[in-house]
Ligand binder design. Structure first.
Ligand SMILES: [Zn+2]
Ligand SMILES: [Zn+2]
Length: 320
């Protein structure tokens, strides 16, 4: 009982500090980075089982008691509150393979259009660029300085900055990177899946004829010289962007947050669990069911990449 009095009191009531009237100057919305999601979470979730044989939530499962009490009988092991006291705590799931955040997919395409994509060409070049730290905006230095000055003008409002960004995007439509001289092509979403291709066939001049001649059995109309920009490559590109270049593209935050590395697992309090059939089974919230599917797929991918199961078994598991 003494321990309950010592602990921090957590309730679901809103916190109102009596500070008098305040005027809100501005509100800024931002995505959380994978590291921020991890740091704000109480537990890493990786187990796709929900209840154990003893009908208690399993450790590192979707109803782990560190994320809150799952029902009236449960107690949160983070704040020691019961179902009505605990406000809930977040968990996180580490993704085996990175994915693009679909909510920012168009923003990712827009940024990629405007930066040097040499990093995506091959591993050797990627290593060189990782060392030299190049992923610059496709503007010549004079233009870059001029536009940066305009973007930093304190009198520029949101509409003016958006109009300026459109101009900058047009100026970035260069066939050659002014910083390293590499080819720059068209960035587009691939037809088959949520992936990004860098198609530079239209910007290839003399070498295109040689390639077409070498591949004469393929119609020149269907010939596209492109490489795939995977989420890992895009993350590397974004990490190598300068803060000033992000500013030029009217971003108030770093673009690497658009690539998902960790998923925030919502608190148990918003997805309660109920026992049915006199406690023989449980009825789970639809969010819990969806997350269970993601965890299962993530585990299958991890096992396959680590070589725990043969590849064909992984494929079978994903299809079934
Ligand atoms: Zn709690
Ligand atoms: Zn370049």
């Amino acid at each position: 009982m003494a321990r309950r009095e010592e602990k921090l009191r957590c309730t679901k009531e809103l916190y109102n500090e009596d500070m008098g009237p305040r005027r809100i100057k501005s509100i800024r919305f931002s995505a959380l980075s994978g590291e921020e999601i991890k740091n704000s979470a109480e537990v890493q979730v990786w187990n796709n089982r929900i209840y154990g044989a003893d009908l208690r939530p399993v450790q590192n499962g979707l109803l782990d008691p560190r994320m809150g009490a799952a029902n009236k009988a449960g107690v949160c092991t983070t704040c020691h509150g019961n179902f009505s006291e605990c406000p809930g705590h977040f968990g996180y799931l580490k993704l085996t393979l990175l994915v693009f955040n679909v909510g920012f997919f168009n923003s990712i395409l827009n940024i990629l259009e405007c930066i040097c994509k040499l990093l995506g060409f091959c591993t050797y070049l990627a290593t060189l660029i990782m060392l030299s730290g190049l992923s610059r905006i496709l503007l010549v230095e004079d233009d870059r300085k001029t536009y940066l000055k305009k973007m930093r003008n304190p009198k520029a409002d949101v509409a003016m900055k958006n109009a300026l960004m459109t101009k900058i995007r047009d100026r970035c439509k260069l066939s050659i990177c002014p910083w390293c001289g590499s080819k720059n092509g068209v960035v587009k979403k691939t037809k088959s899946s949520l992936a990004i291709a860098h198609d530079f066939s239209r910007t290839i001049d003399g070498s295109k004829d040689e390639v077409i001649a070498a591949m004469s059995h393929i119609s020149s109309k269907s010939l596209h010289i492109a490489h795939l920009l995977s989420p890992i490559i895009v993350l590397s590109l974004f990490k190598k962007m300068l803060d000033e270049d992000c500013e030029l593209l009217n971003m108030s935050d770093r673009p690497e947050k658009f690539i998902v590395t960790n998923i925030a697992i919502p608190t148990v309090s918003i997805r309660p669990s109920a026992f049915v059939d006199a406690g023989a089974s449980s009825n789970e919230d639809s969010i819990t069911i969806i997350l269970k599917g993601i965890i299962s797929t993530n585990s299958v991918l991890r096992e396959d990449l680590e070589g725990v199961v043969p590849p064909f078994k992984c494929l079978f598991n994903l299809l079934s």
